[in-house]
Design a protein around this ligand. Structure first.
Ligand code: AGP
Length: 608
C-alpha cells in the first residue's frame, strides 16, 4: 500500500509533494522518491529508508526546482527495499517517469516481451514495466499511450506519470488502488489518499476504476480507458487528517478488517495460473516438493493460529505430516530436524524475536526455512531460504486481521500446489480449490455486511468476565484466533477449546449465563459440535453460534446464530473469522477501550 502525491501549480512542487507524502506515513513504507520537471528535464531523486532520508537528500525539496512533479513512498511488494527499486521509475531516455501503487499481476510476461525488444531494466519491480511500455506505445499523445498500456496490464494500479514532451501536465490512472485528484484554483494535486491533500484543499475528485486524468494548471480532464471524455463532479471532504488516515473508519482495525477483500485479492490472484499455483519465487522445485517428508510450522500469537489452520489444510490436501510449534517453545525442546523437512516461520512483522530465534535454531539444525511474512526485507524474510510474501499491505492496528487472513490464504495455496505436485489430488479437485480461492475475496466482502448485527450482539457481552470459544477441526483453529482477538483488545478473559475437550475438565466452569461462542461451520463435524453445544446449554451457558446455511436447527439450541456463506470446507476459516474479528472490535469499542493500541501490547514483539 504505497503513497502517491503529485502537484502542479504556481508554487515549487517538491516541498508540497514531500509534505503530502509525510501525511501518508501511516501507510507504511521502506523507500521514497520524487520526480520534478525543472523547465528543461525531469529530475529525480529517490532513496531507501524513511522519508527523512529523501528530504535530507533533496534539502527538503529545494534541490529539485520546478512547479510540476510526482512523488512516492513505497511499501515493497516486488523487490527488496533499495534505491533502485524505489519509485519513480523512468525509461532509459528519461522522458517518462512513473509512480505506482498496486500490483501488476502479469508483469513478468510483460517484462520478458520488453526485454526481447531490447529494453533494459534497472530494478526488480513490477512498476518499471510501465515506464518501458509507455515508451513503447508513446507516439506523441500521452493519453493514447496510457490507454494502450493499461489495456494490456492485469492487476491493480494507481498511477502518476510525467511526460517530458508535456512538461506542464500530470497524468493519472487507477484500477482497484485508490487515487484522488485535488483542486485549489490553478493548483492541482493527485494523491493515493486524502490526507496528502487536506493541507491545500478539501475539493477532490475520487477517481473510479479504469479512469485516466490529465491535470494542468488550467484544467482537469477525465477519460475512460477507451478515450471517452468523462464528466465528474468534485466532492468536499469533511474529514480531519486523523479520520482521513483511517479512510473514514473510526479505527485502523476496522479499516483493516474491511481491507481484507483487497488484501486477499492481492495475495491470491497474482499466483493463480491456469493449471498451477505459481510458487516460482519461493525456489521450491517440484522435485523438492515431492521429496518433502515433514513440515514444521513455527510462529507466535495469531500467526501461530494461522499455523494451526495450515496444519489441517496441508495434511488434508498434501498428505505431508505437519507439526506446529509456538516459537517461544520450539527452540527449547531440542527439535528434530531431518533432511527433506521444511520449517515454515509465519510472522506478519517479520521481526518477532521468538520467531526469528526459532528460524535461526532450525537453520542451524539443517532445515530449509520458508517464511510467510508481510513486511518485505524484514529480518525473518532476509534470513529465510525462501519467502512467501502476503499482500496485506501495512497493518497498523496491534490486533492483526488482514495479515492473518492473508496467512491463511498462503497456506491454502501452498497446500493445494504441494498436493497437485505430489499427486495427492487430481485435476478436478485442484481446479475446485482454485475456484474457491478466487471466490474468497468476494465472499469476505459479502460477509462484512453482517457488521451491524455483530455490533448489536457484541453489546450484550460488554459486562462479561469470561467468554469461551469452542469448535472442532478448523473451527477449533478459528476459535483460537477469535478468542485471542477478543481478549487482547477487550481485556475480557477468554479461552478457546477443542469442543470435544471441554468435557475433560473445563466444562466444570460453565454455569448459568456463561457466554460461549461455538464455531460450527464444518458439515462433517456439525453433529458432534452440536452435541457439545447442548452440553454447555444444559449447564446454563449463553451460546452464540456460527454456522452455515442448512443448519437452521441450531436456532432451537443456541441463543444467537450467525450464518456464514459456504465455501471449500478447508477454506471456511477465512469466512468464519470475519464475524469474530468484528465481535472483538465491537466489544472493545463498547467497553470504551483503545482498540488500535491495547494496553501492554506492541505491534511487533522484538523481545523474547
Ligand atoms: C495478534 O493480534 C497479536 N498482535 C499477536 O499475537 C501477533 O500475532 C504476534 O505477536 C505475532 O506477530 P508477528 O506475526 O508479527 O510475528
Amino acid at each position: 500500500m504505497c503513497g502517491i502525491a503529485g502537484y502542479i501549480g504556481k508554487n515549487q512542487a517538491a516541498p508540497i509533494i514531500l509534505d503530502g507524502l509525510s501525511r501518508l506515513e501511516y501507510r507504511g513504507y521502506d523507500s521514497a522518491g520524487i520526480a520534478v520537471f525543472d523547465g528543461e528535464r525531469i529530475r529525480m531523486a529517490k532513496a531507501a529508508g524513511r522519508l527523512s532520508v529523501l528530504k535530507e537528500l533533496t534539502d527538503n525539496g529545494r534541490a529539485l526546482p520546478g512547479c510540476c512533479g510526482i512523488g512516492h513512498t513505497r511499501w515493497a511488494t516486488h523487490g527488496r527495499p533499495c534505491d533502485e527499486n524505489a519509485h519513480p521509475h523512468m525509461n532509459r531516455e528519461n522522458t517518462i517517469a512513473v509512480v505506482h501503487n498496486g500490483i501488476i499481476e502479469n508483469y513478468r510476461k510483460l517484462r520478458e516481451k520488453l526485454e526481447r525488444k531490447g529494453y533494459v531494466f534497472s530494478s526488480e519491480t513490477d512498476t518499471e514495466v510501465l515506464a518501458h511500455m509507455l515508451t513503447e506505445y508513446y507516439r506523441g499523445d500521452p493519453v493514447e499511450a496510457i490507454e494502450k498500456v493499461l489495456h494490456r496490464v492485469e492487476g491493480s494500479y494507481a498511477l502518476g506519470i510525467l511526460f517530458l514532451d508535456h512538461p506542464h501536465h500530470i497524468y493519472a490512472a487507477r484500477r482497484d488502488s485508490p487515487l484522488v485528484v485535488g483542486v485549489s484554483g490553478e493548483e492541482k494535486f493527485i494523491a493515493s489518499d486524502v490526507p496528502a491533500l487536506l493541507e491545500h484543499t478539501r475539493t477532490v475528485y475520487y477517481m473510479e476504476n479504469e479512469e485516466i486524468a490529465t491535470l494542468s494548471a488550467g484544467n482537469i480532464r477525465f477519460y475512460s480507458l477507451d478515450g471517452e471524455l468523462l464528466s465528474k463532479k468534485p466532492v468536499t471532504v469533511e474529514w480531519d487528517i486523523s479520520a482521513a488516515q483511517k479512510g473514514g473508519y473510526a479505527h485502523f482495525m476496522l479499516k483493516e478488517i474491511h481491507e481484507q477483500p483487497s488484501a486477499l485479492r492481492d495475495t491470491i490472484f497474482p499466483r493463480l495460473k491456469d493449471r498451477r499455483i505459481d510458487l516460482d519465487d519461493l525456489g521450491l522445485s517440484e522435485e523438492k516438493i515431492r521429496r518433502l517428508r515433514r513440515i514444521s510450522i513455527v510462529a507466535c500469537g495469531s500467526a501461530y493460529h494461522a499455523a494451526v489452520v495450515g496444519k489441517y489444510v496441508l495434511e488434508a490436501l498434501a498428505r505431508i505430516p505437519v507439526e506446529t510449534d509456538l516459537a517461544s517453545e520450539y527452540r527449547y525442546r531440542c527439535p528434530i530436524c531431518e533432511p527433506d523437512s521444511l520449517v515454515i516461520i509465519v510472522s506478519q512483522s517479520g521481526e518477532t524475536a521468538d520467531s526469528l530465534a526459532a528460524l535461526r535454531d532450525a537453520k542451524a539444525r539443517g532445515s530449509r526455512i520458508l517464511a510467510i511474512v508481510n513486511v518485505v526485507g524484514s529480518s525473518i524474510a532476509r534470513e529465510a531460504d525462501c519467502v512467501f510474501y502476503t499482500g496485506a499491505g501495512p497493518e497498523i492496528s496491534v490486533a492483526t486481521t488482514k495479515a492473518y487472513s492473508c496467512q491463511l490464504a498462503a497456506f491454502y495455496m501452498l497446500a493445494a500446489e504441494f498436493a497437485r505436485v505430489r499427486g495427492a489430488i487430481g485435476a478436478d479437485r485442484f481446479c475446485g480449490l482454485l475456484a474457491a480461492l478466487k471466490r474468497l475475496p468476494a465472499q469476505v466482502r459479502e460477509l462484512l455486511g453482517c457488521q451491524e448485527k455483530i455490533q448489536f450482539l457484541a453489546n450484550r457481552y460488554l459486562a462479561a468476565d469470561h467468554i469461551f470459544f469452542m469448535g472442532r477441526g478448523i473451527d477449533y483453529a478459528i476459535s483460537l484466533e477469535g478468542s485471542l482477538k477478543l481478549k487482547e483488545i477487550s481485556y475480557i478473559h477468554s479461552e478457546a477449546y477443542a469442543a470435544g475437550e471441554l468435557k475433560h475438565g473445563t466444562i466444570s466452569l460453565i454455569e448459568e449465563q456463561t457466554p460461549v461462542v461455538a464455531v460450527a461451520t464444518s458439515d462433517r463435524l456439525y453433529p458432534k459440535t452440536l452435541s457439545n453445544i447442548v452440553e454447555v446449554k444444559t449447564r446454563g451457558a449463553m451460546v452464540l453460534a456460527l454456522t452455515t446455511p442448512g443448519h437452521e436447527d441450531l436456532a432451537r439450541t443456541a441463543d444467537y446464530v450467525l450464518f456464514v456463506p459456504e465455501t471449500e470446507p478447508l477454506f471456511m476459516g477465512s469466512l468464519s473469522i470475519i464475524p469474530l474479528q468484528l465481535f472483538a472490535y465491537y466489544v472493545s469499542l463498547g467497553r470504551g477501550l483503545d482498540v488500535d493500541k491495547p494496553r501492554n501490547l506492541a505491534k511487533s514483539v522484538t523481545v523474547e
